[in-house]
Design a protein around this ligand. Structure first.
Ligand SMILES: Cc1cc2nc3c(=O)[nH]c(=O)nc-3n(C[C@H](O)[C@H](O)[C@H](O)COP(=O)(O)OP(=O)(O)OC[C@H]3O[C@@H](n4cnc5c(N)ncnc54)[C@H](O)[C@@H]3O)c2cc1C
Length: 450
């Protein structure tokens, strides 16, 4: 296989033993240690087509690396042919059309850096190191979601190499069924070489956070619920709980408002009035700065464990569970965040794209991280315990982009929700041999109907 692969490639080929292979086989989550059969540093569409066809002919699975930030480590896989897209970095902005075409290896930091000077943005995630590929193909939410919808809601077209090794353009005119599937379950259907997004004008922004000691957790949770209850789409507020192994534990509300400063100051007043925050840094803010604030917040090279829920509302019982567990966490680098969804995201029908969870007003991600020399068992148990006790208050759905390596078939079904059946039929049509299986996988070979 290696000789055949090498013969048709313009890019590089990395095999076990080389230092670059050792570096590139690893993703963001160091708890997951994968050894692909070979890593293809794809230089162009021809390389991707060649590698996909060869892998298909030999029955090897294809793994795809966009930004490498999969929680489950899907951007690499044992025994796979791993296609590294990090050379697909082209970004072409057409301000007149309010559109951008970006390569499948671009990160959100690179996207923001390219579009912000035009005072334009494609709605994406908060973390600059996350890939536009993985995030968008699973949905994608961040600072502009309540105003302009998910990243996938702003997708206009993709260029894709499919399981037959063909390069195709997929949009509403060309294969609308596949375009539907790509917006929420995309990693199952091919290698996306470029994504074309709608751009939006960046509004004036005002952002910041208030932080308090952990003992105020319960009160701050209730304040967050009351605060988010009456907001327009222009305001977004996340609630966070942070425990550090070597540092104080704290809770915070981070919020941003798209609109003039005097309006933001009025809206944020209740957050800033509550008690005396240890930190209060609300101020006018650039879109770029919101992303730069996340640089280094989730470093590569640590072990990570995440569990997540969607929530239709923040019930009293849910807030009780969150507070009880938050106050109990010990000796762990623990981070839980309640994400504020709804707005434009909720005005798209659950069946309009493969992303089904339009009724989720909130998401919660519960996470722990550790250095590899540490035993993670207790940290993982604390994450699992909070997650487990929240089940009765959650929607039953889970964000595909937060699914971890311990996913079961039930988790996969929960990730695609009511759209699972249609996705399974499309997967059977487009990728019957499950060439693209290193993802939150819709297994076409499973018996029976959905
Ligand atoms: C620190 C951190 C912060 C995060 N913040 C947010 C956030 O603010 N909002 C949010 O919505 N999510 C967020 N996420 C979740 C994130 O969306 C997912 O982890 C996403 O899958 C990462 O995409 P990637 O391209 O970086 O990862 P990869 O590991 O490269 O890929 C993830 C999956 O997508 C597939 N994939 C990637 N690129 C392509 C492509 N071009 N073609 C086909 N398949 C592809 C891979 O095969 C794999 O299955 C965050 C994750 C982390 C670790």
């Amino acid at each position: 296989m290696l000789n055949q692969l090498a013969a048709g490639l313009r890019g590089g080929l990395l095999t076990p033993g080389s230092a670059v292979y050792e570096r590139k086989r690893r993703g963001w989550n160091a708890a997951i240690d994968q050894r692909p059969r070979v890593i293809v540093e794809c230089a162009d569409a021809g390389d991707v087509r060649h590698a996909v066809r060869l892998a298909a002919a030999q029955g090897a699975g294809v793994a795809v690396r966009g930004g490498g930030h999969s929680i489950a480590g899907h951007g690499s896989a044992d025994h796979s042919v791993l296609l590294d897209l990090s050379r697909f970095k082209k970004i072409l902005i057409t301000p007149d059309e309010q559109a951008v075409v970006a390569g499948g290896g671009v990160t959100w930091g690179e996207m923001v850096a390219a579009t912000a000077p035009h005072r334009l943005a494609a709605p994406g995630g908060f973390n600059p190191d996350v890939g536009i590929g993985g995030l968008t193909l699973g949905g994608g939410y961040g600072a502009l979601t309540r105003l302009h919808g998910l990243a996938c809601d702003n997708l206009i077209a993709v260029e894709l190499v499919n399981a037959q090794g063909e390069l195709v353009t997929v949009d509403e005119q060309h294969d609308p069924d596949l375009f539907w599937a790509l917006r929420g379950a995309g990693a199952n259907f091919g290698v996306v070489l470029s994504l074309r997004f709608k751009l939006h004008s960046i509004p004036a922004l005002y952002a910041g956070h208030v932080a308090h000691s952990l003992r105020r957790c319960r009160d701050l949770l209730h304040l967050h619920r009351d605060f988010t209850a009456g907001l327009s789409d222009a305001t977004t507020a996340y609630f966070g709980i942070r425990h550090q192994r070597r540092g104080p534990a704290y809770v915070f509300i981070a919020a941003l408002h798209a609109g003039p400063a005097h309006e933001a100051e009025r809206i944020f007043a209740p957050l800033r009035r509550y008690a005396t925050p240890a930190i209060d840094d609300f101020a006018p803010c650039s879109y770029t700065a919101i992303h730069q604030a996340n640089i280094g917040a989730f470093p590569t090279g640590l072990g990570n464990y995440w569990r997540a829920h969607f929530l239709r509302r923040l019930s009293d019982a849910a807030l009780d569970v969150i507070a009880e567990h938050a106050l109990r966490v010990q000796d762990t680098d623990f981070y839980a965040v309640i994400e504020h969804l709804g707005g434009a995201m909720a005005r798209v029908a659950p069946s309009a794209t493969a992303f089904a969870h339009r009724d989720a007003a909130f998401g919660i991600a519960i996470t722990a991280r550790w250095r590899l020399e540490e035993d993670p068992a207790a940290a993982i148990r604390q994450v699992q315990a909070m997650h487990q006790d929240l089940i009765p208050e959650a929607s039953g759905g889970v964000y595909v982009n937060y699914v971890g390596a311990d996913a079961t078939l039930a988790t996969v079904r929960a990730a695609y929700g009511a759209n699972y059946g249609r996705l399974l039929a499309l997967k059977r049509r487009h990728d019957p041999a499950n060439l693209f299986r290193h993802n939150v996988n819709i297994d076409p070979l499973q018996s029976g109907s959905p």
